[in-house]
Design a protein around this ligand. Structure first.
Ligand SMILES: CC(C)(COP(=O)(O)OP(=O)(O)OC[C@H]1O[C@@H](n2cnc3c(N)ncnc32)[C@H](O)[C@@H]1OP(=O)(O)O)[C@@H](O)C(=O)NCCC(=O)NCCS
Length: 281
């Protein structure tokens, strides 16, 4: 599936990028093949988390959105217009950008995966206890994220605890071995920010967290669940494939020569709001 290319005239007829300081839009219209339902949530989360939000408008309404967070040093652009994507990218020309258009010659492909909770069999046998995070867990979860990714903005935990998002943790030997988030908007859910501490990998923690989130999605009334996974992330691909998820399309992380993210640099997709995590394996 390809991002819909629209004639540049739509962008040329529209406004210059305008910075948003409040998150009161109920909808941004049709800016994405995958994320339209989540856009107001991304905007809210970006602003609460200290990120920037820019919007462009055509006479018909918003036609482009850029989210950026200084700690992540990664932007996300949502638009149906290639011209708009290029225009928004030049607001932050030196950082890597997630977008449904490839914007530079140097791209990393993120497939978008989909499943329907009603189709997922309930017969998973958990190897580790999985539960909702408790307020007393946050410092341990924060420590695990910092250890795993090197840098980490604590505001992200506040964002991740906002309405509509749920964090599940898995324990091994009484310690928090992994954490993962799910966001539900109406009947749509999105899985993101799956992290297992390096010393607890390859023992099924992420697989348990996947199934725990799917149970939560089902209970929350979600009929469709999506997630974005780098084609370089063999472990996450394996987990999604085994669970029966299907690839429904792609977005791209476009890099520039000035991109401060060297390959494999730790990165927690915090604006992710921003659609996605770009994480080392
Ligand atoms: C990806 C990640 C969450 C996997 O966690 P995990 O708890 O080790 O995963 P699991 O033990 O449930 O592994 C499930 C399967 O994935 C595959 N897998 C796991 N790690 C792998 C690796 N490094 N390379 C290739 N395949 C791997 C295996 O097939 C494994 O099953 P098996 O052990 O029965 O063969 C973990 O490596 C991590 O936190 N990485 C950094 C953050 C990240 O990439 N998050 C995901 C973003 S989408």
């Amino acid at each position: 599936m390809r991002a819909m290319e629209e004639p540049g005239v739509r962008a040329e007829a529209g406004s210059s990028p305008e910075r948003l300081h409040s998150a009161n839009a109920a909808s941004f219209g049709d800016l994405s093949q995958f994320f339209n339902a989540f856009l107001p949530r991304f905007v809210r989360d970006s602003l609460v988390g200290g990120g920037e939000v820019w919007v462009t408008r055509s006479p018909q309404g918003p036609d482009g959105l850029l989210l950026y967070h200084e700690v992540e040093r990664t932007a996300s652009i949502f638009t149906r217009s290639r011209a708009r994507a290029d225009e928004l990218r030049f607001l932050r020309p030196s950082v890597a950008v997630f977008c449904e258009f490839p914007l530079t010659p140097s791209i990393e492909v993120y497939s978008v995966w989909e499943t329907h909770p009603a189709e997922v069999p309930l017969r998973h046998r958990y190897r580790h206890p999985v539960r909702s995070v408790r307020p007393s867990d946050w410092s341990e979860v924060g420590r695990m994220l910092r250890e795993t990714y090197g840098r980490f903005d604590p505001r992200w935990l506040a964002v991740a605890a906002l309405t509509g998002s749920r964090c599940l943790v898995a324990e091994v030997g009484g310690q928090i071995a992994g954490a993962a988030w799910i966001s539900v908007v109406g009947h749509e859910a999105r899985l993101y920010s799956l992290t297992v501490a390096p010393r607890f990998r390859r023992i099924g923690v992420a697989t348990d967290l996947w199934h725990g989130r799917m149970e939560w999605a089902r209970r929350a009334g979600a009929t469709r669940v999506i997630s974005e996974i780098s084609e370089l992330n063999a472990a996450s691909i394996q987990i999604s494939e085994r669970a029966g998820m299907r690839r429904i399309g792609a977005l791209y992380l476009s890099r520039t020569p000035k991109d401060p993210q060297v390959s494999g640099a730790p990165q927690l997709g915090q604006t992710l709001s921003v659609t996605s995590m770009r994480l080392p394996q």
